[in-house]
Ligand binder design. Structure first.
Ligand SMILES: *[C@@H]1O[C@H](CO)[C@@H](O)[C@H](O)[C@H]1NC(C)=O
Length: 213
């Protein structure tokens, strides 16, 4: 699954960005905007006047103090490094920079969420108040928690829930039991490689724990 996401990242990075124009008259203050972005769906809150508040992982504030460089659109490389190092900030961008060349869904979450949305002005005020940097965790606090808190008053993530369910399915499936057994046999057969395999596993497990924390 992670490998797939990395491949997808390179695929998207290679694609030419579309020159899509967004019709600003479609958006109201407090609307929840949703775009597909490399690692997951990305969410933001529309503030009015072509401004979108969103929580996005970004490595740049860590490595430079140059404000004009940071204010530029967050590229996929900045985003990925931000995810890995767990730095993110709530920032305000134009609709175009927020969308990063994708189509935008409006208030799609209203149909999925059991809670009715708060008043649009209150939603936008919450979104504005949280500007600045936050620690970002892929599973426990992400862009979705941020908008869920702003629009519905509760910080939950549907994607995290789905991800956990998927992981549980994989772990519990019979296939993974067979695979584990096969790996064990393979390990015994290639006893010479055991050391490097152990190192690889240790790195993978540590990385997973770091990302999940
Ligand atoms: C800051 O970034 C901008 C845009 O990337 C660049 O033009 C400028 O030279 C940089 N300034 C400094 C002091 O590095």
């Amino acid at each position: 699954m992670f490998l797939y996401q990395i491949l997808n990242l390179f695929y998207v990075a290679l694609q030419k960005e579309e020159d899509s124009k967004h019709d600003l008259s479609l958006y109201k203050r407090g609307d929840l905007l949703e775009v597909p972005r490399t690692l997951f769906t990305h969410f933001g809150i529309y503030l009015g006047d072509n401004r979108v508040a969103h929580l996005i992982p970004d490595i740049l504030p860590v490595i430079t103090k140059n404000k004009s460089a940071i204010a530029k659109m967050v590229t996929n490389n900045r985003l990925l490094l931000g995810v890995i190092t767990k730095v993110a900030s709530v920032r305000v961008d134009s609709v175009e920079d927020f969308a990063y060349g994708s189509e935008i869904l409006i208030n799609h979450m209203d149909k999925v969420c059991s809670q009715p949305p708060l008043d649009g002005d209150e939603v936008a005020r919450r979104a504005e108040k949280l500007q600045g940097s936050v620690t970002y965790s892929l599973l426990w606090y992400n862009c979705e928690h941020y908008v869920m808190y702003c629009r519905y008053g509760m910080a939950i993530s549907y994607q995290t829930y789905k991800f956990c369910t998927a992981v549980r399915k994989i772990v519990c499936s019979r296939m993974s039991a067979y695979l584990t057994a096969l790996c064990g046999i393979g390990t015994m057969l290639y006893l010479g490689c055991v050391t490097s395999l152990t190192v690889l596993l240790t790195v993978l497990i540590s990385f997973t724990i770091w990302m999940a924390a």
